[in-house]
Write a protein that binds this ligand. Sequence first.
Ligand code: CA
Ligand code: CA
Length: 458
Amino acid sequence: MAKNDKPNVLFISFDDMNHYVGFLDRAPNAVTPHMNRLAERSTVFERGYCQAPICNPSRASLMSGLRPSTTGVYNNRQPLRFSDAGKDCVTLPQHFQKNGYLTTGSGKVYHGKFPDPMSWDSYMPSPFQQGYKGARPDHLPVNGMESMGNLDWGPMDVADEEMGDSKSVSYCVEQLQAEHDKPFFLTCGFTTTHLMWHAPKKYIEQYNLDDIELPDTFKNDLDDVSEVGRKWANRGPHKRIKDENQWKKAIQSYLGCMSYADTLIGRLLGVLNTSAYADNTVIVLWADHGWHLGEKEHWKKSTLWEEATRVPLLFSAPGYLPSTCSKPVSLIDIYPTLIELCDLPKREELEGQSLVPLMANPDRNWPYPAITTHGHKNHAIRSERWRYIQYADGSEELYDHENDEMEWHNLADDPAQEDIMEILSQWLPENDAPDAEVLEWPRDDGLYEERIKAMMKE
Ligand SMILES: [Ca+2]
Ligand SMILES: [Ca+2]
C-alpha cells in the first residue's frame, strides 16, 4: 500500500460529556469554541445515542461493534475480553491494524479498568494504562458537601500542563508532528468531564454563577414512570444539591471541565491543521454516554432516559460537506462508518450501520432507531420522534419528543399510543445474552492483566 493511500483517523473520545457541549442545544453559552469550529466543518449528528448509559458496556460495544445484548457486557465489572462474543472479536483499531494502519494513542478509550493492549502498536503511558495521572485537589470535598461520594466539583489552582488530559494531548500532538510510513489510527481520550469535576480555575470561574441556567423540571415528574426507573433515579443527592445551593455550582464546574478540554482540542486541531495530514484525516468525536444534571430529579447516568443516553457525535471527513443530521444514530455505527470512509474490508458481524449515506445526504430516509440497553433485558428505542422504554419486568414508558423534549409525560398507558408502541417494540433485540463473566477483584491484584497477557500468548 502506498504511503497515505488511505486517510488517517483521529479518534477523539470524551467521558460523560453530554449535550451541554456548545455545538448542541442545551447550553448554547458553553464556552467550547474549538469544538464548535470543528462542528462547523463536520456532519453533526444531533441525535446521537449510546448503546449503554455507563462507561464499560458503552465503550465495549463501540469498540467491538456488538450490542450489549449480544456480548452480555452490561455493567462496569464485565471485561469485553472475558465474554463469549468479545473474547476473539476484532476491535475497531485491530481491524485498522490488520489493514496496514499504525494504531496508537493516549487517554481513556476503553473502560479504565479494562484496557485492550491487543488493539495497539503502542499506547501511552502504557498498554495497560490508558491515561496519565494528573493534579488532584489538596483537600476533598472541594464543594464542601460531605458524604456525597464522587459528587464533588470546584476549581483547582494548577496549570493546564499538570492535568492528565494535557499529557495525553501532548503525546497525540507529537504523533501528528511525526512522519509516519503508514496511515495512522490515533486515539485521544479525555476524562476531565468525568466526576470529580476539578479543572484549572480560569475555566470554571469564567462562568458567572448568575448566568448559569438550570434545566427545566416538572413537579412529581417520577410519579408516572416505571418502578424500575424510579429506583434508578438518584433523588436523595438531587435534594441535597438543591437544598445546599450547589446546583448552579455543579453545572458551572461541569462546563468548566468541558472548556478546559476544549482548549486542548484547539491545541490538537491547531497542530493537525498545519501538519502533513491536514487534508487526509478523518476526525470522529464522541462521548461514551450522556449525563443528568438534575433532569428528572436525577444526577449521573445509568437510566434509559434522554439525558443519560444522548451523546455528542460528529464526523469530519475529506470530501463531505458540513451538515447537521437529525436522524437517530448510535455509537455502534462508528465502526462501520470508519470502515466505509477508509475503504477497508467490511465485517459481517458488526451490528451498527455505516453513517456515510447520511453524511452524503442528511435528509435521506433512515428507518433505523437508536437502541440503548441498561442491564439484562432493559431497552430503550429512540426514533426521530419517540422514546419507547421496555424494562425487564415488562413495564413501559413512552415519550413524544415532538411535544415533550424533557420527557415529563409518560404516554405508555394511553390506548391511542398502542400502535406506535407496537411498531417501536419490533426493534427490541431478538437475543438478550445472559450476563457475561463478572470480574470481582481487589483493585490492584493484577488479575485482569495476567489473563489478558495469557490470551495474547495463545
Ligand atoms: Ca463514562
Ligand atoms: Ca413524569
